[in-house]
Each structure stands twice: as structure tokens, then as C-alpha cells.
Design a protein around this ligand. Structure first.
Ligand code: KIV
Length: 293
């Protein structure tokens, strides 16, 4: 049994209060069943716009829509009971002005019932964060490597190599903090810069490729489960699910082709005799079958 069982759902003030304390555990989730599996172990489940690449096969996050985020946010909220659920605002949904950002973020909050949104916090986003927070929408910031800026940056490049870049990322983090962000994701920055950001800010930093010097860590769940061939340097693989899925699919295909699936154990036998004996060898789920049977 998880130590978190029966506890209430976490919210922005709980995460904010963990600054410098117990490390904050964050994983991405996009579906109800995965959210249910991760929930007992995580403080925050992030419905990241990485869903575009991980689930929808997009080349980057630029093509992700508000509708996609809402749909996946709803699914994760159905699966998670205790973890705080944070939904990413996709590219184009919050940069065009505070009022448009508010309407879109309020839609995400109302339609998913999540506890906060996340925005990639370039220099122009401070005003938006403040506007949302003042109107009841908790905001998580995101600085350093900002995947939605892929077309400006010309790729996914770690930050913090030059002094001016370090100053820029630190300033962006401060802007998000001063605007009211309750926590800030720090992605793809050199160790020294992550350490400096964490020491400077009064709100927790959640690192991804940003060293151990952060108040918490986040990984894309599918990366840490080993579902992709390529694993970025900052990812630790905790499972090899790609191999597991490959072997399971190969075994299923072989059984189907050999005619050995389905066998007697997987076959419904519904005659008068079977009904009288409560199923007569048919799978027990026949009696109170779920919708999937
Ligand atoms: O979209 C996402 O999954 C993220 C994490 C990588 C932090 O923003």
C-alpha cells in the first residue's frame, strides 16, 4: 500500500511549500490507466504537450492543440486521485495577449478540472502569468530549453553555455516567480545554472535534464519506461517496455497464425448446460461481463 493512500489531492500551495524540503516527484501522463498507475508514486502528474510526440507522432510540440490538451487532461483527471494534475498550455494558446490566455486557460481548468496549467515562460510571459494567477488559475512556469521555441532556437539545445544565456534564463525564472508561478520547470540547463536558479528562487524548481540541484524532478514517462529507441542523456530507463511490448505482440501474432489463439480458456460456451452450471467452462467474466468483453 502506498504511503499516500486515502490522502486528499495535492494543490499548488502544497507543492509551493515543498521548496528546499522533500523532493517533488513529477511524471508525465496522458491517459487514465497510466495516470492511475503513476498516481500513488507522484506528487504531480503533468499532462505535457510532449503528448504531441509521444502519443500523436508529431515531430515537436508546435502542432499540439488546446482540444488535444483538454482531452488528455480529462483522461488523466479520471485516473489520478491524489496527485496534483497540471496541464500544459499548448503553443499559440497563451502568447497572444492576457485575455486570450485567460480564456484558454480557464477552458482547460473548467473542462478538465485540473489543478493548474503550465506555460513556457519566455520574457514576454510574465504579465500573462500574473493575469492568470490573479484570476484564480495556478501557473507552473517552464524555463531553459523551451520546446515550443524549437523553430526560433533551430532545435532542442541545452542552455547555459554562455554568460548572456545564463543571465537570460535566470531572468526568465525570476520573472515567472515574481509573476506568481507556484513552481518552475527547468529544462536542459547546465548543472551550475540549475543550482543558481534553485538557490535564487523562493519557489520550487522541477528539473528535467537540469542536474540534481532542483527541488524536484520530472521525466517523460514513456522515456523512463523505455518505450523509445532513442533515450536522451538525462533520462534514466527504469524499464524496457519496448522489448516487452515487442515480445508480447510477436507471441500473439505467432499464436494467431498457428491457430492456437483463442483456445478453450478464451472461448465463450453459452448453451443451456453452461448457463445452468454458471458458465460451464466459459471465462468467469461472462456472468458480470464488463463492456470490453
Ligand atoms: O511537455 C512535457 O512533457 C514537458 C516536460 C518535459 C517538462 O513540458
Amino acid at each position: 500500500m502506498s504511503k499516500h493512500e486515502n490522502s486528499r489531492r495535492l494543490a499548488a500551495p502544497d507543492i509551493r511549500a515543498r521548496k528546499g524540503g522533500e523532493k517533488i516527484v513529477v511524471l508525465t501522463a496522458y491517459s487514465a490507466p497510466m495516470a492511475a498507475l503513476l498516481d500513488p508514486h507522484c506528487d504531480v502528474l503533468l499532462v505535457g504537450d510532449s503528448v504531441g510526440q509521444v502519443i500523436h507522432g508529431l515531430p515537436n510540440t508546435v502542432g499540439v492543440t488546446l482540444e488535444m490538451m483538454i482531452l488528455h487532461g480529462q483522461a488523466v483527471m479520471r485516473g489520478a486521485k491524489r496527485a496534483m494534475v497540471v496541464v500544459d498550455m499548448p503553443f499559440g494558446s497563451y502568447e497572444g495577449g492576457v485575455e486570450a490566455a485567460y480564456l484558454n486557460a480557464a477552458r482547460v481548468m473548467k473542462e478538465t478540472l485540473c489543478q493548474a496549467v503550465k506555460v513556457e515562460s519566455g520574457p514576454a510571459v510574465g504579465e500573462t502569468i500574473r493575469y492568470l494567477v490573479e484570476r484564480g488559475i495556478p501557473v507552473m512556469g517552464h524555463v531553459g530549453l523551451r520546446p515550443q521555441a524549437v523553430n526560433v532556437d533551430g532545435g532542442f539545445k541545452a542552455k547555459g553555455r554562455t554568460q548572456s544565456e545564463r543571465e537570460r534564463v535566470l531572468a526568465e525564472a525570476r520573472t515567472a516567480e515574481e509573476a506568481g508561478a507556484f513552481a518552475i520547470v527547468v529544462e536542459g540547463v547546465a548543472e551550475k545554472l540549475a543550482e543558481e536558479i534553485t538557490a535564487t528562487l523562493s519557489v520550487p524548481t522541477i528539473g528535467i535534464g537540469a542536474s540534481k540541484f532542483c527541488d524536484g524532478q520530472v521525466l517523460v514517462t514513456d522515456d523512463m519506461l523505455g518505450l523509445f529507441d532513442w533515450t536522451p542523456k538525462f533520462v534514466r530507463r527504469y524499464a524496457d517496455l519496448k522489448r516487452v511490448v515487442d515480445e508480447a505482440a510477436a507471441a500473439f501474432a505467432a499464436d494467431v497464425r498457428a491457430g492456437s489463439f483463442p483456445g478453450a480458456a478464451e472461448t465463450y460456451v453459452l448453451g443451456p448446460k453452461a448457463a445452468a452450471s454458471g458458465g460451464g467452462g466459459a471465462p468467469s467474466r461472462v456472468a458480470g461481463d464488463s463492456e470490453r468483453s
